[in-house]
Design a protein around this ligand. Structure first.
Ligand code: MGD
Ligand code: MGD
Ligand code: SF4
Ligand code: MO
Length: 724
């Protein structure tokens, strides 16, 4: 798929190159051979996952022939991963949504008719008005993932609704961010400010770096390993990262908190912590000490299956490397339902190692500022608090809780939610317990989805608005807080195919139809970006030429960190948790073990796929067409299943999967079964993905809600081969 480019030395002003440059207004002619079609190089950033690596699309005519990593963006250092290289598979996917559609059959039937954008916008606006007339604008909720979220969040705020949520919070990194925020006063966000490259000791709790392919993290991890950094990996499965580690700690699933408390115990008992750092910056050491007093490695061995001597050794070796100790905070943290407290324990161990704002630990990153532009009316005050209980029922949630928004919709409590706009998130597969999602959908008067493919959620929508792929659109600048701050641009490599539009344009069209035109002062996103660049002192031409502008200062280490906690210090002991009725220092609670005959379902990533969004991509499907169920030899024998055999799995509630291939492997504990997430689509319109492999989500009927912030622990389901 990779088309090689031969660089030519003779560039210049052929008509074709000039014409091509005019067409998109943003491209740079790369080469010109007399008679050959001109090749342009258009800056973008990848959206196959949300690491957002900088890239260039090489374009001939209206085809993207090659994607190249941008060497200027420090987040990927000139590389793209397999998925990023395969981005063109989205552009050319024959199953793409092509034009706006209105549902004609029952929800879920996938029966639609084509309509125009004007019709779609007018009808959706009218329906929204009707709903808002009866229930108020708060009855409209937005679910999103990805760059489009900003534009629709803006639309919803302009409409007067406070209800927006991304599953990448309550089904992903929410508990982690709140655990760190409670401890250090700041969440970690994306990209995580981990200084893997300078770490001398790396502890991974789950976090399967290398399979979880966020490019720079994988690059830095392999460099750190090559440099001789010590690595300890706690994972019930022998992950790729575990294969690079000095210690593989095959913890009993759900027992990580016991391991962490025992590590803290050893560090405190043996005086191995960074005294000066802790004295200067932290409060609550004595309460912490009392809390872990009896959590010695022998106590933990019994709960984690990790030998006490190994736990002591890991703690001592870790402390020798301080402060260059990276306790990787992980990203997907919604495991067992008490995940904020696990994140707290990881944050506390980080603090004890003095590894905050220090090389090799967690850095304190900055972002390059991008100015807001355009005259913009103030948003109307919303009359009601968010329906998802963020900040109220779940006092430490600082973002929307998608699963609780679903719950509010399903129950009408605290008030009716009657319309959903869903952009770039496949709620049917992404939220635990699909039946509850379908019940919530049945309560809706309107479901609009914005997507690129006929995914599961699209089939349940009343209106479908087809977005163009990231290679066909402008998008907001990418200027994350990072150790090397930068601003990257995404320009359209080619014009939108079919009758698709960018989310920016979709939000504009809907906004105008809803009478909110004043909130959309720019005619095109390109105009807005140009203005922003100007107002921010960013050289537009340089941005388009180089794809990114990188700040001169690097950042991240500091000897005088600031902590935005109530005490202004690192809170080893948290009064705010105590006041809200939670454990002020982390404790351990047993996770119920699998019932007889069952194993725990655990899941994770594969390097060639992103969640459920890449299975229909031709190139990635060729690399990995389906997933497998990892089963240990002993368990396979007890279950009477063989390597390579296809089995249907069922969970504790009788929910089943499509048939999935068994992979008998020593690389997993006997009490767990592992599957790569994202496969097993039930979406007939996605022809390469439909019914291939099995869906972990089909087995996740049960979930444990984290009372601190509403995250949904999803590793609380148990499986066995179906008996029928
Ligand atoms: N290739 C690729 N990379 C991705 C993504 C992708 O879709 N594809 N998605 C990105 C996103 S959004 C996220 S959130 C991250 C997720 O990536 P991570 O944050 O790394 O996810 P984890 O859940 O920590 O890691 C999964 C690992 O946890 C192990 N595990 C299961 N149960 C337990 C347990 O009880 N204890 C311990 N210690 N380990 C356990 C599993 O065996 C597996 O190896 O990946 C990101 N990177
Ligand atoms: N069972 C189970 N559930 C999980 C997880 C798990 O591992 N297992 N992981 C959790 C985690 S960590 C996360 S972050 C979430 C992620 O889950 P989601 O938030 O659902 O994210 P994606 O899988 O990226 O979203 C997929 C949808 O986006 C559409 N899409 C792709 N590109 C575009 C685009 O350019 N524009 C638009 N408008 N749409 C596009 C796809 O067609 C698809 O419908 O899932 C969470 N839920
Ligand atoms: S890590 Fe891979 S898929 Fe993710 S943004 Fe980078 S190149 Fe794209
Ligand atoms: Mo995630």
């Amino acid at each position: 798929m990779r088309l090689e480019i031969k660089r030519r030395t003779f560039l210049a002003g052929s008509m074709a190159a000039a014409a091509a440059a005019l067409v998109s207004g943003c491209s740079r002619p790369l080469q010109n051979v007399a008679g050959a079609p001109a090749r342009r190089r258009v800056p973008t950033y990848c959206e196959v996952c949300f690491w957002k690596c900088g890239a260039f699309a090489h374009v001939v005519g209206d085809e993207v022939v090659f994607l190249e990593g941008n060497p200027a963006t420090p987040i990927n250092n000139g590389r793209l991963c397999a998925r990023g290289n395969a981005g063109v598979g989205f552009l050319n996917d024959p199953d793409r949504l092509r034009c706006p559609m209105r549902r004609t059959g029952p929800r879920g039937s996938g029966k639609f008719e084509e309509i125009s954008w004007d019709e779609a916008n007018a009808e959706i606006a009218a329906k929204l008005q009707e709903i808002a007339g009866v229930h108020g604008p708060e009855a409209v909720a937005l679910f999103f993932h990805g760059s489009a979220g900003k534009y629709f969040t803006h639309l919803l705020k302009a409409y007067g609704s406070p209800n927006f949520a991304q599953p990448s919070y309550a089904q992903c990194r929410g508990p982690r961010d709140e655990g760190y925020r409670l401890t250090f006063g700041t969440g970690l966000g994306s990209p995580e400010p981990t200084d893997i490259e300078n770490a001398r000791f790396i502890l991974l709790i789950g976090s399967h770096l290398g399979e979880n392919m966020h490019l720079l993290q994988a690059q830095e991890f392999s460099e750190a390993v090559a440099r001789g950094a010590h690595v300890a990996v706690a994972d019930p499965r022998f992950s790729v990262a575990a294969s690079k580690a000095r210690w593989w700690l095959p913890v009993r699933p759900g027992s990580d908190q016991a391991l962490l408390l025992a590590l803290i115990h050893v560090v405190l008992e043996e005086g191995l912590y960074d005294r000066e750092f802790v004295e200067r910056h932290a409060i609550g050491l004595e309460e912490l000490r009392a809390g872990v007093k009896d959590k010695d490695p022998e106590w933990a061995e019994f709960r984690t299956d990790i030998r006490a001597a190994t736990i002591r050794e890991v703690a001592r070796e870790m402390a020798k490397a301080k402060p260059a100790v990276l306790i990787h905070p992980g990203r997907h943290a919604t495991w067992y339902g008490n995940d904020v407290q696990r994140a707290r324990a990881m944050a506390i161990l980080t603090a004890l190692m003095g590894a905050w704002g220090r090389e090799g630990g967690i850095l304190v990153p900055h972002a390059m500022k991008v100015a807001k532009v355009g005259p913009m009316p103030a948003y109307p005050e919303s009359n009601r608090p968010p329906a998802d209980g963020a900040g109220t029922k779940f006092p430490f949630a600082t973002d929307g809780i998608a699963s609780e928004m679903r719950e509010a919709t399903r129950t009408g409590d605290p008030y009716p939610v009657k319309a959903w706009i869903v952009s770039g998130t496949n709620l049917i597969k992404t939220l635990p317990n699909t039946a509850e999602t379908l019940e919530a959908i049945a309560k809706l008067d309107l479901l609009v989805s914005v997507d690129i493919l006929p995914s599961e959620i699209v089939a349940h929508s009343d209106y479908v608005l087809p977005e163009c792929t990231y290679l066909e659109r402008w998008d907001a600048f990418n200027n994350p807080a990072f150790k090397r701050p930068f601003v990257a641009v995404r320009a359209p490599a080619v014009d939108p195919r079919f009758d698709t539009r960018s989310a920016w344009d979709i939000a504009l069209g809907l906004g105008q139809a809803m009478g909110l035109g004043a909130y959309f002062p720019f005619a095109t996103q390109e105009d807005e970006l140009r203005e922003q660049a100007k107002a921010s002192g960013l050289d537009w031409d340089a941005l388009l030429r180089d794809g990114a502008i990188v700040a001169r200062e690097t950042g991240g280490t500091t000897e005088s960190p600031v902590f935005d906690t109530p005490s202004g210090k690192i809170e080893l002991f948290s009064r705010q948790l105590l006041d809200a009725g939670f454990d002020p220092v982390p404790l351990f609670y047993e996770t119920p073990p699998p019932p007889d005959g069952f194993a725990r379902l655990i899941y994770g990533r594969a390097p060639m796929h992103s969640f459920g969004r890449t299975q229909n991509n031709r190139y990635l499907s060729e690399l990995m067409a389906e997933n497998a169920a990892w089963i240990a030899p002993g368990l396979a024998e007890r279950w009477g299943v063989r390597d390579g055999q296809k089995v249907v799995l069922e969970n504790q509630d009788g929910a089943t999967t499509t048939a999935v291939r068994v992979r008998v492997t020593e690389r997993i504990r006997e009490d767990a079964v592992y599957m790569v997430n994202g496969f097993g689509h039930h979406a007939p319109g996605m022809r390469r993905a439909d019914e291939r492999g099995a869906a972990d989500s089909d087995l996740i009927t049960r979930y444990e809600v984290d009372p601190h912030m509403g995250g949904t622990g999803m590793r609380v389901n148990f499986v066995r081969p179906a008996t029928a």
